[in-house]
Design a protein around this ligand. Structure first.
Ligand SMILES: Nc1ncnc2c1ncn2[C@@H]1O[C@H](COP(=O)(O)OP(=O)(O)OP(=O)(O)O)[C@@H](O)[C@H]1O
Length: 532
């Protein structure tokens, strides 16, 4: 991580002359903010501050009193009377300060009750009050009506806990890293403040960037973003291969750009896409983006977004300490928001472990469970694209509408598979971890981990495709002898979200989790050349 940290944040520079206006605006804002923060925290932290404030005022008043003596006041004020009136003023001042203090304490108390109610945990200086309702977006933050109408159209009545806290934080100009369960509405939590702050379309180039680890998620986020922006003519673009090939990106009319890191990095390199005016940068599924394979691209993008007043935010359902540490080094005065407990699975998913003994045992168990009850849509996760293809070969002749998605399919094929599954044309989708993160398929009833997940985070994201937006779901994880040493890590996640775990598993030794991807026997029971 150390290495990553120094790499990621080395050498970001910007043209101070070119951005003199922005710098001046930024400086002014920060200074003012600091004044408010300093004052309120000083008053709270230092019991002598009241005295200090009073004595400064006293000095000022003394001065003005003696000036007055030289005028007509000389006829009415004796020294005694002057002292008495001064005493009154001091009392009044003390009274005022104590009232202010009480008011502030009441506000802090109310905030903390609200946070407790919604299981919101925050750390950072002077964290802004959570939202009580969506209506506050317009009464407190001047939100335009189109956004609230879109919430209503989409059936969103109340903000989810992450939306209650993250939206006001971002609206108040603070950076934030947020960890909230799968399916809890993080997309709306970062898109809404972006739309509110950008206000209207502009021809000034890219003003906001959302990075997602996969193309499927980037496409989904673009769609969600457009739905939320309906009624306001923003230019919202998904960076596709076609767009990179066909357009002159330097002239691209775009307010919000959504991309995978790889694609954005190559666009910056090839087409000189200018990101220096970007005001908002969101790293969705941030822990995935900070993994070794992507960190170089993230670093290049962070550097290209060189606007000094940029607001960065990180969102994920899993936020390892190492990512937090790394994030702290790029963010200034960031607020950390955790909903519930960090790195836990959604508690609306009923989780089960099933011992299948061998690879053959898994296929039998799967077929048997489909015979007993097939409650589509069902998602099945395997550990590699080869295994995804094998399982598909096994199931395609069974009487179920099954499909498969993996990285060997073309972009269009992948898109079609996802669309068919969304539309209910296919009931069972076999997948690799490529769609384990962020994908929001409505109403997935069951996730089956055919192959044991390679980490606790992978487990949390996979099963989080079910039990979303208040619905319940089910997750079944098959394990073989090979997986037994890794059971405890999954069992911890299960018991933290209230699921029953056999006591013998909880009594096992905790293993320091390494990626668990054992070599497994082929799934195929049909010889390879059976169709020839
Ligand atoms: N306030 C709300 N009320 C009801 N439903 C909501 C609300 N906000 C978002 N949703 C819906 O909740 C579902 C999940 O939202 P989203 O995909 O943003 O979850 P997420 O927290 O990003 O999950 P993941 O960690 O898996 O990426 C979506 O279908 C979305 O439309």
């Amino acid at each position: 991580m150390e290495e990553g940290a120094s790499f990621l944040f080395a050498g970001t520079s910007f043209n101070k002359k070119k951005y003199a206006n922005e710098i001046a605006r930024f400086k002014g804002k920060k200074e003012n903010e600091n004044k408010v923060d300093y004052l309120s925290s000083f008053e709270l932290a230092n019991p002598d501050s009241e005295e200090a404030a009073v004595s400064t005022k006293k000095r000022k008043r003394k001065q003005s009193a003696s000036e007055a003596v030289e005028g007509f006041n000389v006829f009415k004020s004796s020294k005694k009377a002057l002292v008495a009136s001064e005493g009154n003023e001091i009392d009044e001042e003390k009274d005022r300060i104590s009232k202010e203090k009480k008011k502030l304490n009441r506000k802090l108390e109310a905030d903390s009750i609200l946070r407790k109610k919604y299981n919101i945990h925050v750390s950072g200086n002077n964290v802004v009050t959570p939202l009580k309702s969506f209506a506050e977006l317009s009464s407190v933050y001047g939100c335009e009506s189109y956004l609230l109408q879109n919430f209503a159209k989409l059936g969103f009545k109340e903000p989810t806990p992450i939306q209650r806290q993250a939206i006001p934080i971002l609206l108040s100009g603070r950076e934030c890293f947020a960890c909230a369960p799968t399916g809890s509405g993080k997309t709306l939590a970062f898109v809404s403040p972006m739309l509110m702050k950008l206000k209207h379309a502009s021809a000034e180039g890219v003003r906001a960037v959302i990075l997602c680890p996969t193309r499927e998620l980037a496409a989904q986020t673009t769609r969600e973003c457009k739905k939320l922006a309906e009624g306001n003519k923003f230019y919202i673009k998904l960076l596709t291969k076609k767009l990179i090939r066909s357009a002159d990106l330097s002239k691209l009319r775009c307010d919000i750009l959504i991309s995978t890191p790889l694609r954005l990095r190559s666009a910056i390199k090839k087409k000189k896409l200018d990101l220096s005016r970007v005001e908002y940068l969101v790293l969705d599924e941030s822990d995935k983006l900070f993994e070794l394979g992507l960190i170089k691209q993230i670093d290049a993008i962070v550097k290209a977004c060189s606007n000094p007043s940029i607001i960065r935010s990180l969102f994920s359902a899993t936020l390892p300490d190492s990512v937090e540490e790394l994030a702290r080094t790029i963010m200034h005065d960031a607020v950390r928001v955790i909903i519930g407990r960090k790195n836990t699975a959604s508690n609306s998913v009923n989780q089960k472990l099933v011992f299948a003994g061998t690879e053959e045992g898994k296929l039998l168990a799967l077929r048997q469970s489909f015979q007993e009850k097939l409650n589509p849509p069902v998602l099945i996760f395997v550990q590699s694209k080869e295994r995804a293809k094998e399982l598909y070969e096994e199931l395609k002749f069974d009487d179920i509408r099954v499909s498969v998605i993996h990285s060997d399919l073309s972009e269009i094929q992948r898109e079609n598979v996802v669309n068919d599954f969304r539309a209910g044309k296919t009931w069972v989708l076999i997948a690799t971890d490529v769609i384990a993160r962020g994908m929001d398929f409505k109403g997935v009833n069951c996730v089956i981990n055919y192959d044991f997940p390679d980490s606790a985070a992978a487990y949390i994201h996979r099963i989080g495709r079910s039990g979303r937006a208040g619905r319940t779901g089910e997750a079944i994880t098959f394990y073989t002898e090979d997986d037994v040493p890794f059971l405890r890590n999954i069992a911890n996640v299960m018991s933290a979200s209230g699921c029953e775990v056999p006591s013998w598993i909880m009594a096992m030794r905790k293993l320091r989790w390494k990626k668990h991807r054992p070599k497994r026997e082929s799934i195929l029971t049909i010889p390879d050349n059976a169709e020839d």
